[in-house]
Design a protein around this ligand. Structure first.
Ligand SMILES: Nc1nc2c([nH]c(=O)n2[C@H]2C[C@H](O)[C@@H](COP(=O)(O)OP(=O)(O)OP(=O)(O)O)O2)c(=O)[nH]1
Length: 149
């Protein structure tokens, strides 16, 4: 039996913009843009993994909010899950795995060359941003779009 392993990506919001990160490695993915994050470690929840990865890779503290509905296949055995997250503290810096970071307003999310797997989640995140549901400190996110687990 093959067990799928989860990679969690963060749709990080700050002041109406979505964070995009350009991978610096491995060679086949370098130059493509992703939602920063990484693999869950044993015993770790998706929220914990996201907080840890974004601290390591970007030097910031985030608060995961809710999962964007869906699961996207990556190189087996990995699948991508995406969570929205709010920037709590710090300024993002490309410390690990990335060589450029960009904050994109929802009308400009298509300006970067996203990894294929990320595109549906990026589109969902842009819709949330456009709808303004990420503006408040106490987010209220439409239940048909995200679920919390
Ligand atoms: N983090 C992340 N990885 C993605 C996304 N889209 C996508 O295809 N991937 C791929 C790239 C990698 O092959 C894999 C995740 O690996 P990673 O290198 O980010 O994970 P990690 O930090 O835990 O890595 P490591 O411990 O193996 O070094 O998933 C995405 O949006 N975010």
């Amino acid at each position: 039996m093959t067990t799928v392993r989860v990679v969690v990506g963060g749709a990080v919001f700050d002041r109406g913009r979505l964070l995009a990160a350009r991978r610096s490695a491995p060679p086949e993915l370098a130059g493509r843009w992703e939602l920063p994050g990484g693999k869950l470690e044993p015993g770790e929840s998706a929220r914990q993994a996201l907080v840890r990865e974004l601290r390591e890779e970007l030097g910031v503290e985030v608060e995961p909010l809710a999962r964007i509905d869906g699961e996207w296949p990556l190189k087996p055995p990995y699948v991508l899950h995406v969570w929205t997250a709010r920037l709590l503290a710090g300024e993002v810096r490309p410390l690990q795995d990335h060589d450029e970071l960009r904050w994109l307003t929802p009308d400009r999310v298509d300006e970067v060359d996203w990894l294929e797997a990320d595109r549906p989640a990026v589109a969902a995140a842009a819709r949330l941003l456009s709808a303004g549901v990420t503006d408040s400190d106490t987010p209220s996110v439409p239940q048909e779009t995200v679920r919390d687990h």
